[in-house]
Design a protein around this ligand. Structure first.
Ligand code: CDP
Length: 789
């Protein structure tokens, strides 16, 4: 369904929901007038650089800072021993573990923070790092979870009292007994072992902080590349022992986050401690390599999956076991209850009664991982395993993969649908989305074309993925991060002249919140979008919220915005009644105006009403037109979609080219169709990167291969395929405007579609799996091995 102009409730001038309003924020971005962290320059500001470990695992025997301190322009050199004096050498992580701020006893990954130099300029700070001498005593490195869990593996976290192995957690979801029974009754069990490789969100702007602790007032103003400024303020208060009212976090414009800017990094803490002690502002900005080797990695799941199916092609049950490589510190940002994120959404778009998930997290000598890189916690990995298994199950049954999916999809009338691992899907129409995608490629003809091509020795492949995501954490009963319940907030103030300011607990990193959240207000109150300012990212001036990640802004912050706008409209109604000398019930509303029932010419605009709220309110009414709402969602939202990819594989080189990529997405009601398409295009590009070229690897000594954009590949316009986008619209029944999140859908859903297409092309060789990234040499080797069999 495409939104037609007639269905819009507001005019182009007002620009409410459904209008492709141009992004308000772009005016400053395209003029180079954004205000990013590195643009912050304060009087007397000092600069910090961090010395990082060159090795993955070693004891620190000594650190000699004398030469660095003697360099002119160096103000201080800080080590873990110095921080110990302030009880700051270790800090808590978002997942309840501890992480070294500056290493004291051992280094546990290559790139770990060992010392910091504070200097008058950034160049001197950087030069001084070379003058610090650290004596390391190397230890063997552990670089994957199976090695970590093996008998006799070196214990990485020997700082933890009584720790004798590298296990971080063991976690299960679903019903084991029921699932075992389903497997016992199955005609066929299809299995897959695969690795979802370690990757990095790699935002264009790296992480950084400018800490400004005023020695006279004790007020700490911390500019931070933070996706969650309020949560970070609370955690800063708890870690540093500063009174929370004296901490102000300001997240300026952010050049991409994708989950990378959710954790608290040691650099933030050291810069703040340095400013506190020295009494001057301290700036720290990571280099590209620092960002790529030490901050917030994602994925790195070794997965075993099994589907139990009947000979008629019905899924009966699913089993997965995964081994998660957590790195040296368990610093995931994910709800406390769910150790493997929301991986247990792995039953996907299908209706079957039994599933069981087992997850084991392990410490390794790698940087901390597990951030929700453009996905709702671990939903990307979940979507990948089920969609790869579904494709392979269809092949083993001799069924068409599209038909297999259609047969097993949850049917529209089954919503709200209770999944076997405990989710309640809000709404969906999976058959229509897949049919639309199949129609777009003319599936029956495409199958014939594929057969013809095979006869000519050409390897065309068709890959399908029909994903279901879960986004919009909480509700607060089930979802918290570091104990902070997951809700979000909106504060709306309408000024006397009818212009409005909306303040939010979420924080955009480029998603266009200044435009879309203004559109929600415009839709509810009829105030033109151009008259609404949206403010985010300043903890002194916005209401408390858990921040922006896991596509939660629209489901939670967007809902809070709609609710507060509706509450103000009710007060506006009472004011309008006063102005029109009528009773509330006698008034009708049209966007931007109240009028008397049956006499549409007798009315007042929202602007008239706003003026009256400050100049002419009825006796007994509180002046003003403003309010704040904290929204605790009743459920998550479940966006979905179907992607169909057509590829051609060159068997001589292993290179594969995408011929077509059709993406039918359903994120419920679209606030701004242009922005939604932008989000999907970006997500499909990142999904393609995962499938085609992108990963971060480590050698056996724990050296990170992928510390720059020559090794860690980001697709440019040259490599990126052309995407053909379409939509269905299935509103979320519990969201005030029917919207679901969208930012991450395409990254979650698309990798399996690309890989399924390559595997489909290689069916004549009997190849059933190639791990991501599906690099040409992997394809080539798989073909050669198959031919040798
Ligand atoms: O939390 P995050 O902003 O990353 O993700 P999101 O809530 O999925 O929103 C991404 C962007 O798309 C925001 O500007 C949203 O307001 C917009 N959007 C939309 O216009 N309509 C939707 N149904 C969902 C998101």
């Amino acid at each position: 369904m495409t939104t037609t102009h007639d269905q819009l409730s507001t005019s182009v001038e007002v620009g409410g929901i459904g209008h492709s309003v141009r992004r308000a924020e772009d005016a400053r971005f395209i003029q180079g007038a954004g205000n990013y962290l590195d643009d912050v320059k304060l009087p007397g500001m000092l600069h910090m650089a961090i010395l990082r470990s060159p090795v993955a695992h070693a004891k620190i025997l000594s650190i000699d800072t004398a030469d660095a301190l003697a360099l002119p322009g160096v103000v201080a050199v800080i080590t873990g021993a110095d921080l110990e004096g302030y009880n700051l050498a270790w800090m808590p992580t978002l997942s309840g573990d501890t992480q070294a701020v500056l290493a004291t006893d051992k280094v546990r990954f290559q790139g770990q923070e060992v010392a910091a130099v504070i200097a008058e300029d950034p160049y001197t700070a950087e030069d001084a790092l070379a003058l610090i001498f650290v004596d390391y005593d190397d230890l063997p490195a552990v670089t994957n979870p199976r090695q970590a869990m093996a008998e006799g593996a070196p214990v990485i976290r020997d700082d933890k009292e009584g720790k004798t192995d590298n296990s971080v957690y063991h976690w299960e979801a679903g019903d084991k007994e029921l699932t075992d029974r389903a497997f016992a009754e199955a005609d066929l069990v299809v299995s897959l072992d695969t690795h979802y490789p370690r990757s990095h969100p790699a935002p264009l702007e790296t992480c950084g902080a400018v800490a400004d602790v005023n020695p006279a007032t004790g007020k700490a103003t911390i500019y931070l590349t933070s996706q969650a400024p309020h949560a970070h303020r609370t955690l800063f208060a708890l870690v540093a022992g500063l009174p929370e009212q004296n901490i102000r976090i300001i997240s300026p414009d952010i050049g991409g986050g994708f989950g990378n800017k959710v954790p608290i990094y040691p650099g933030y803490v050291v810069a703040t401690a340095a400013s506190l002690v020295i009494g001057k502002p301290v700036k720290w900005v990571e280099t590209r390599t620092e960002n790529l080797i030490s901050t917030g990695f994602a994925r790195d799941y070794h997965m075993h999956g099994e589907l139990a199916v009947s000979k008629e092609g019905r899924i009966l049950g699913m089993r997965t076991h995964l081994w998660s490589d957590q790195g040296a510190f368990y610093a995931d940002a994910q709800p406390t209850k769910f150790r493997a994120g929301l991986f247990h959404i792995c039953t996907g778009s299908y209706d079957f009664p039994a599933a069981h998930v087992v997850a084991d997290g392990a410490y390794t000598n790698k940087a901390p991982g597990g951030v929700a890189y453009r996905c709702s916690f671990r939903v990307t990995e979940a979507s990948y395993i089920i969609e790869r298994l579904a494709q392979n199950a269809a092949y083993e049954l001799g069924m068409d993969p599209a038909e297999f999916r259609m047969k097993n999809f949850i049917r529209p009338e089954q919503f709200p649908y209770h999944s076997p691992t405990g989710f309640v899907y809000d709404s969906g129409d999976y058959h229509t989305a897949l049919q639309k995608a199949l129609d777009a490629v003319d599936y029956p003809n495409l199958l014939k074309e594929q057969e013809e091509a095979r006869k000519q020795g050409r390897y065309l492949g068709i890959g399908i993925a029909s994903f279901t995501e879960v986004v919009g954490a909480g509700n607060s009963r089930d979802y918290d991060i570091a104990g902070l319940k997951m809700f979000d907030s909106a504060e709306l103030r309408i000024h006397p002249t009818g212009k409005a300011i909306l303040k939010l607990g979420v924080k955009s990193q480029g998603q266009g919140h200044e435009t879309t959240f203004a559109q929600i207000v415009a839709n509810e109150l009829g105030i033109p979008v151009t008259d609404i300012a949206v403010i985010e990212g300043d903890t002194d001036n916005t209401p408390y919220g858990l921040g922006t990640y896991a596509s939660r802004s629209t489901p939670v912050g967007g809902a809070a915005t709609a609710v507060i706008a509706r509450q103000l409209r009710e007060k506006a109604r009472r004011l309008a009644a006063h102005l029109l000398e009528a009773s509330d019930e006698d008034l009708e509303w049209e966007p931007g105006r109240f009028y008397i029932k049956g006499a549409p010419e007798k009315g007042v605009t929202i602007q008239d009403v706003a003026f009256a709220a400050y100049t002419n309110m009825p006796d007994g009414m509180e002046p003003g037109l403003e309010g704040v709402h904290y929204y605790d969602p009743p459920n998550m939202t479940y966006p979905f979609g179907s992607y169909v990819v057509v590829v051609e594989v060159d068997p001589e080189t292993g290179v594969w080219e995408v011929e077509r990529m059709i993406a039918v997405d359903d994120c419920g009601v679209r606030i701004n169709p242009m922005i939604v398409e932008g989000q999907i295009t970006g997500g499909l590009t990142e999904g393609f990167a995962k499938a085609n070229m992108q990963w971060i690897t480590f050698d056996n000594d724990g050296n990170c291969i992928g510390s720059n954009f020559m090794d860690y590949l980001i697709p440019t316009a040259w490599e990126t395929p052309r995407f053909e986008l379409d939509e269905t619209v299935t509103p979320s029944p519990h969201h005030p405007i029917g919207a679901k999140g969208v930012g991450e859908s395409a990254t979650v859903g698309s990798p399996a579609a690309y890989v399924n297409a390559v595997i489909d092309a290689l069916r004549p060789f009997g190849i059933t799996n190639i791990d991501m990234p599906v690099l040409p040499h992997r394809v080539w080797s798989a073909i050669r091995e198959a031919q040798a069999r």
